[in-house]
Design a protein around this ligand. Structure first.
Ligand code: 5AD
Ligand code: SF4
Length: 465
């Protein structure tokens, strides 16, 4: 088949090459920030093939569902979403066009054959470690190779194969520095779906960070399933830990804020605690999952720390920087959790004073040790404990927000607000802030006098610098 005129491109030095035909990709992402990062990188990988993002699934030539497997509902959500997609694929086929469907991410990694059985119209199933091979997978599907199932853990890392970012990152950007987990908490699927710990070399991370800042980022959040276990090759040929990496990134001019997530208490090393007092760009807000306040449950979870270890850690971080605030994750209704265990969780919450917590009912994940434990907890008890924990957390969050009224906080403005004349930004503690101000303040960090606290955001006025 010969190419029509618009499909040909003249290069400066002679031969005519095929220009990729414009195609549309629809990507839907579930789960954590690492999945958001991965989805953006998938878009980068296929941009050279001519795929432009679309929000309209009905016209998409390629649909990618980037999935999360951490809790049970995610898998069922995927199948219902696939069910809704199928008619669009058929409608396109009736118009003589093709819609390729791909399932990516952790559900793909864990449930490849189940997807094949329940949704045979899916063309590609691939895990988080192989999406750099998307162009080859698309070519295989185009050749009619049947379902392409790619859930290996390849020996080469995808990070070496990924192209530069295609889209400007925005003021607040994510950067993946570490992946996988060796902790094997007994409830968690991550070590099985994301594989063992891997840290990227510092030089590649620094180059990516510099590019992000050149393209407009003023805040970078370093991502990893166990980000504070980072131990990559340093720019000086020596191994670097996360503190050393942060030190180096803090030297990038114009980069105003650094964050990292998610961390494990066992990997909060002295150097990292000290970094919170010596690196001003490092925000005084840390997400440090604790999961439970009961030592019996922490042991059954294989968390490798006690509730007092956690308390001591928080004290040390507060000594390093007095304005530190903390968010965390809790699981309620883990197998064997008694009323006393749950009371210990409530006590820990009161002792620490978190500004935010993500609270989950324990969800039984096939193949994990906890799923085979006796004393699985009844859903009614789980619901009651979840409600009690959430109400205590809400009190603490409200108290934290209210204490800010009348204070002046630095806010990094990142985009237009929802209403005319409004600009949106975030405090160091990730609270959304809206002020009435000209759009040109976007990408600046400015002091704001906090006046009002709403359910999910605070508002105020620009204060004199
Ligand atoms: N059930 C409920 N919550 C879970 N998490 C991980 N696995 C499970 C599970 N099986 C929660 C943990 C973790 C967060 C990302 O998800 O709290 O920190
Ligand atoms: Fe899962 Fe986090 Fe435990 Fe690793 S440390 S197994 S990612 S909960």
């Amino acid at each position: 088949m010969s190419l029509t005129e618009p499909d040909r491109l003249n290069t400066a030095d002679g031969p005519t090459v095929a220009k990729p035909k414009a195609k549309r990709v629809f990507i839907k992402t579930w789960g954590c920030q690492m999945n958001v990062y991965d989805s953006n990188r998938m878009a980068d990988v296929i941009a050279p093939l001519g795929y432009m993002p679309t929000e309209d699934v009905s016209v998409a030539d390629l649909v990618i569902f980037n999935t999360c497997h951490i809790r049970e509902k995610a898998t069922e959500k995927l199948f219902s979403e696939l069910g809704r997609l199928h008619p669009f694929q058929k409608a396109k086929a009736q118009r003589g066009e093709r819609m390729m469907v791909a399932v990516a991410g952790c559900v793909a990694q864990a449930e490849g054959s189940e997807i094949q059985r329940r949704a045979p119209f899916v063309d590609m199933v691939f895990g988080p470690q192989t999406y750099h091979q998307l162009p080859e997978m698309i070519a295989q599907v185009t050749r009619g190779a049947g379902l392409v199932l790619n859930t290996e853990f390849p020996s080469e890392t995808k990070f070496d194969q990924l192209p530069e970012e295609h889209k400007p990152p925005g003021v607040s950007a994510f950067l993946s520095v570490q992946e996988g987990c060796d902790k094997f908490c007994t409830f968690c699927v991550v070590p099985y779906t994301r594989g063992t710990e891997y840290s990227r070399p510092a030089a590649a991370i620094v180059a990516e960070a510099e590019r992000l800042v050149r393209n407009g980022a003023r805040e970078i959040t370093l991502l990893g399933q166990n980000v504070n276990a980072f131990h990559g090759d340093g720019c000086d040929g020596k191994p670097w830990d996360l503190a050393r990496l942060l030190q180096c990134l803090a030297e990038i001019p114009k980069l105003k804020r650094l964050r990292y997530t998610t961390s494990h208490p066992r990997d909060m090393k002295d150097t990292l605690i000290a970094a919170h007092s010596t690196i001003p760009q490092l925000m005084p807000f840390l997400h440090l999952p604790v999961q439970s306040g009961s030592d019996t449950i922490l042991e059954a979870m294989n968390r490798k720390h006690t509730s007092d270890d956690y308390r001591r850690l928080i004290d040390r971080l507060r000594s390093a920087r007095s304005d530190m605030a903390f968010s965390t994750d809790f699981i309620v209704g883990f197998p064997g959790e008694t009323d006393d265990d749950f009371a210990a969780t409530l006590k820990l919450v009161r002792d620490i004073g978190f500004t935010q917590a993500y609270t989950f009912k324990y969800s039984r994940r096939p193949g994990t040790p906890a799923s085979a434990m006796p004393d699985q907890i009844d859903a009614t008890i789980q619901n009651a404990r979840l409600a009690e924990l959430q109400s205590l957390m809400q009190e603490q969050q409200d108290a934290f927000n209210s204490a800010m009224i009348g204070t002046i906080m630095p806010v990094l403005f990142d985009r237009k607000g929802r209403y005319q004349g409004q600009v949106h930004g975030r405090t160091a503690y990730m609270q959304a802030v809206h002020v009435t101000a000209p759009e040109r303040i976007i990408s600046q960090e400015l002091p704001v006098k906090i006046e009002k606290v709403g359910l999910n955001s605070v508002s105020g006025q620009l204060a004199a610098a």
